[in-house]
Design a protein around this ligand. Sequence first.
Ligand code: ZN
Length: 475
Amino acid sequence: MTQNIPKAPPYPKSHILAASGVAALLSLALLVFPSREVEAQKTFLDLDLGNDAEMVLQEKDDLRAGLPVPGAASPFAKIEQSADTAENSAEDADENLLETADTPPPSDPNHHNITVSNGDTLSTVFAKVGLSANDLHEALNSHKDAKQFSRLKVGQVLEFELNEDGTLKNLQSKLSDLETIRLSRTDNGFDFQRDQVKPEVVTTYSRGVINSSLFLSAKRAGLSHSLTMDLANVFGYDIDFAMDIREGDEFEVIYEEKVVNGKRVGTGNILSARFTNRGKTYTAVRYTNKQGTTSYYNANGESMRKAFIRTPVDFARISSRFSTGRKHPILNKIRAHKGVDYAAPHGTPIKAAGDGRVTLAGRNGGYGNTVIIQHGQRYRTLYAHMQGFAKGIRNGANVKQGQIIGYIGTTGLSTGPHLHYEFQVNGVHVDPLSQKLPMADPIAASEKQRFMQLSKPLMARMDQEKATMLASNQQ
Ligand SMILES: [Zn+2]
């Protein structure tokens, strides 16, 4: 592979200037590119927002009521939030009221519930209940874990109980539905306690038909943002969720839900799923083998995972394709381009395309910092121009598919930050984009029966739940 690499190039000065100009242009293009993608997503979402006017109104109401709106940074998060609050206010209105007004009778002057607002620190909160900086210092230094009280979130409620003389008796705060922390005065300082609730895990079925984006349809079906991401990952080898999704596509999921006192507090794993994309149905079953490795297989026990992932960098743009002859941007000569270039900002992680063994991690002439991975006997991948290598990536190291091996850079003969990616089959360079990717290993024959005992009931349950759902919709 190294025989094609040019030796240290003695360029005339003007060429180097031209090259840096190209680099500047390229970085400019990179700056523009990601926002274009975000723009596209937004438009996509806005299309649907019209139908969700009620949700948006609901969100405004919640804002007026002074409820915290966490995680409103991305368009996804915001929409998710509005849907969540709409759901909550419909179902748990009373509970929400109770939560914010969880105060003991106002007749008790020694109890104070303070809701953290923007700009609050623990010392401003202490001041609100008449406690001094000294009290704060004493409480925080009373126990090594007490400092956790100083990591405040907007909307978090701190419950103070004071002694008759105005000193702090107890302080507690619910960090989540599953966790509460507490400081209680003792004879010699404070005692710190953490109460953790172990949720009950139940399995839930959801089904949705896509009429705009997967995210909105999944939201309507009651799936959380993270569960939707998981669903996209499970089918990510077979379905391109950016390009392939069509109106009328359908999904079904059986997943774990965490429940505390009858209240849903979070989700766990997807146990099984079905996705019909453009008329073709894909199935997925989560299975942990006897060695303890968990993976998704289709209902027949074939791996969902391919031996190689298609693109070793997320959020990149193909800046140059595989070709047998093109003009080299620096050498200005017709040369074959035996790989694919992915332009992405400096420092973007690069992932191993498949499981394998590192045969080179080091400087490699015009390729700059390079990693070569051998995958079994037949396949080899190469990653060039890296800024640096990830921890543990060295000659002889074993890597897992998707493991970060290094970061986008522009070392060696390169005009701007990008990954040059090569794929070899039996020592011959091939176009990674046109390769039909081989599948990873199926369920071991010795475990097939055990797998089917898990898979069959999950598929049957989806059939039954779907039939029930469709029947009740028709009435
Ligand atoms: Zn290249």
